[in-house]
Design a protein around this ligand. Structure first.
Ligand SMILES: Cc1ncc(COP(=O)(O)O)c(C=O)c1O
Length: 407
């Protein structure tokens, strides 16, 4: 169509960098393990309804008005208080920016720091949404591998050293230290300490993305990178999406005040969701958020257990996988005898959908890996779906190479 062609020729450099978006919709698979969707049955709709009524009656004049660009002051205080209670971090409300989910926090940091051609470091694999956001700014993305204990700090050190020798100053290290998306692994305390020391030594800003940290099912909470940092180079972002409601679109970012003032300059939007902010504050200040998070830990723990048990029962011949202590995801490594393309077809034919590994690498690696989200379906459906996945993987085994056959 002529009109569309005219716009194509006029598109900005930024938009030309953007990867096409998979169009949502179409028939829903019977067993959707693809996306990290929160459990809809756990949304605290009734409690929120009561709180919304009070907010509208008592604070409607402010809640329905335009908001402050930095975010609702009461919500910024709440986020600062929770950082102190949960992690012992001392930051004031002036160091908090409220964002449209943590997705926007990631985009603002990229916009603030990354120019075309700059080098940034990410874990491999990493959160696909962040990869897509970073790609808009045209950086060179260097991947640092993970193991069961989180990012390989030895590789990080070697990479930073090599880059420095080549005269390259990375602009950002993006990391998910707790219940990593997609791998489910958690960075150990020693590695956390080493990471912040390396960031200081090489003067690299760190974006610590942690939307899942409160959903810990077992083990002791570890200090955040922000808590361990002495250099002022760590920016931390979080979200209400997984602990309250993704549709509220409330996230936050904590940063040194000087950077925070600069980030606010990028945020010309009438303030992020003033109504949802009032809502979240009223809910949390009544003690309902902490109670709700306790409930979510039980819900998601049961789902993780159901998925791990079913994987053990149906998939152990075909794959290995991580055992997360919290969060939403299990990362699966297919054995070499499984054909990954065939596995995907066989799984979809049985109504089972998962996220193929290459979506989680900016280099497109990971063909024989995949991510399963255990957050969305109840246990009985998880069990049924993983049993079908086991059948699909069995059907995707490559024919054995006959002994003596030419290779
Ligand atoms: C690691 C990670 N970061 C950020 C986000 C963005 O979440 P939201 O924008 O809803 O806060 C997600 C969502 O799945 C995520 O998994």
């Amino acid at each position: 169509m002529p009109e569309r062609d005219r716009f194509e020729a006029l598109l900005s450099e930024t938009l030309r960098q953007a990867a096409p978006v998979a169009v949502m919709g179409g028939p829903q698979p019977e067993y959707p393990f693809t996306y990290g969707l929160p459990d809809p049955a756990s949304f605290p709709s009734r409690a929120l309804l009561r709180v919304a009524r009070t907010v509208l009656l008592e604070q409607g004049r402010e809640a329905l008005q335009y908001g402050n660009y930095q975010g609702d002051p009461a919500l910024r205080s709440l986020v600062a208080d929770r950082l102190r209670w949960l992690d012992g971090v001392e930051v004031g409300p002036e160091q908090i920016l409220i964002t449209n989910g943590s997705s926007q926090a990631i985009a603002l940091v990229a916009q603030a720091l990354v120019n075309r051609g700059d080098t940034i470091l990410v874990e491999a694999p990493t959160f696909l949404g962040a990869v897509r956001t970073f790609e808009l700014f045209g950086p060179r993305v260097v991947e640092i591998p993970l193991d069961d204990h989180g990012m390989r700090i030895d590789v990080l050190e070697r990479t930073l050293t090599d880059l420095r020798r080549g005269g390259i100053q990375p602009k950002l290290l993006y990391t998910l230290p707790t219940f990593q998306n997609p791998a489910g692994v958690t960075l150990t305390l020693d590695r956390r300490r080493a990471l912040v020391q390396l960031a200081e030594r090489f003067n690299v800003p760190v974006l610590e993305d942690d939307p899942y940290g409160e959903l810990r099912f077992e083990g002791r909470a570890l200090p955040s990178l922000l808590k361990l940092d002495r250099s002022g180079l760590v920016i931390r972002c979080g979200s209400f999406s997984k602990i309250l409601g993704a549709g509220l679109r409330l996230g936050w970012l904590a940063a040194p005040e000087s950077l925070l003032r600069r980030l606010v300059q990028l945020k010309v939007d009438g303030g992020t969701n003033p109504f949802a902010s009032h809502f979240a504050v009223a809910f949390a200040r009544r003690g309902l958020l902490e109670r709700h998070v306790r409930l979510l830990r039980r819900v998601y723990r049961a789902r993780r257990d159901a998925m791990l048990e079913s994987l053990e029962a149906h998939c152990s011949e075909h794959a290995t996988w991580t055992r997360p202590q919290g969060g939403f995801f299990i990362w699966v490594q297919l054995k070499p005898e499984i054909d990954p393309a065939r596995a995907r077809e066989e799984a979809l034919a049985r109504g089972v959908a998962y996220l193929p590994g290459p979506a989680c690498y900016s280099s497109g690696r990971g063909a024989n890996q995949l991510r399963l989200a255990f957050s969305y379906l109840p246990e009985d459906q998880i069990r049924a779906g993983i049993a079908r996945l086991g059948e699909a993987l069995a059907a995707a085994r490559r024919a054995p190479v006959a002994a003596g056959a030419p290779r």
